[in-house]
Design a protein around this ligand. Structure first.
Ligand code: ADP
Ligand code: 5GP
Length: 198
């Protein structure tokens, strides 16, 4: 066991999946439910991408400028980061360190690169879960339905990246296809509760 793993007690659940597969919706439902409310802390990432109207700053993301992001990175305040469609996304290091020190379980929504990094940092404590959409057609409908202002070119790029992300899905500990929301929330809850009770 590595030094870092010996020091932490909690588990880190990393959820990945193509944009529009339903990660945010599933995570919000999961955390709203009574079973997990006080057992899991969600990390809110920094991002330089524009804010969507349905998103709550500070809950869904901390929306910051590129200069602010660079300053945080230089100050080593970002645990891991990625670039997606020209925007930067990063996990706040201080928040994660603080929660881990308290022995809390953490939930992160990250791309494949982020999932790998967290697994590398905390191999014995990380559980990775991939959320897929039932089909690319459904994925496109969900991306379009989520925000009517999303440009055609951005949708095309998100779908192109989705195909790449699907290829990595087998590398995750768990994989779920988010067809019925209610069923998927149940599946996700069972995975998390199952691992927490081990
Ligand atoms: P992600 O966080 O993976 O990018 P979202 O959670 O933002 O995806 O979901 C994208 C859109 O799909 C949202 O409008 C959401 O309400 C919808 N959605 C999520 N899960 C389902 C589902 N099982 N069935 C139908 N629509 C869904
Ligand atoms: P979106 O713009 O759809 O909210 O997010 C785009 C992608 O960035 C998604 O795959 C999402 O999971 C990922 N992402 C969001 N925040 C972070 C982060 O802090 N780190 C990493 N590595 N990926 C992130």
């Amino acid at each position: 066991m590595k030094e870092k793993d010996r020091k932490i007690k909690g588990l880190i659940f990393v959820i990945s999946g193509p944009s529009g597969s339903g990660k945010t919706t599933l995570v919000n439902r999961l955390l709203d439910g009574r079973d997990l409310k006080n057992k899991l802390v969600k990390s809110t990432s920094f991002t330089t991408r524009p804010h969507r109207s349905a998103e709550e700053p500070g809950k869904d993301y901390f929306f910051i400028t590129r200069d602010e992001f660079n300053a945080l990175r230089s100050a080593k305040k970002i645990l891991e980061w990625t670039r997606y469609l020209g925007y930067y996304y990063g996990t706040p290091k201080d928040h994660i360190d603080k929660q881990l020190k308290k022995g809390k379980n953490i939930l992160l929504c990250l791309d494949f690169r982020g999932a790998l990094k967290i697994k590398r940092l905390y191999p014995g404590n990380t559980v990775t879960i991939f959320v897929a959409a039932p089909s690319l057609t459904m994925l496109q409908k969900r991306i379009e339905g989520r925000c009517s202002r999303t440009r055609k070119e951005e949708i095309r790029q998100r779908l192109k990246l989705a195909r790449q992300e699907m290829r990595n899905s087998r590398k995750y500990d768990y994989r779920l296809v988010n067809k019925s929301l209610q069923k998927s929330v149940g599946e996700l809850k069972n995975i998390v509760l199952g691992r927490l009770s081990n």
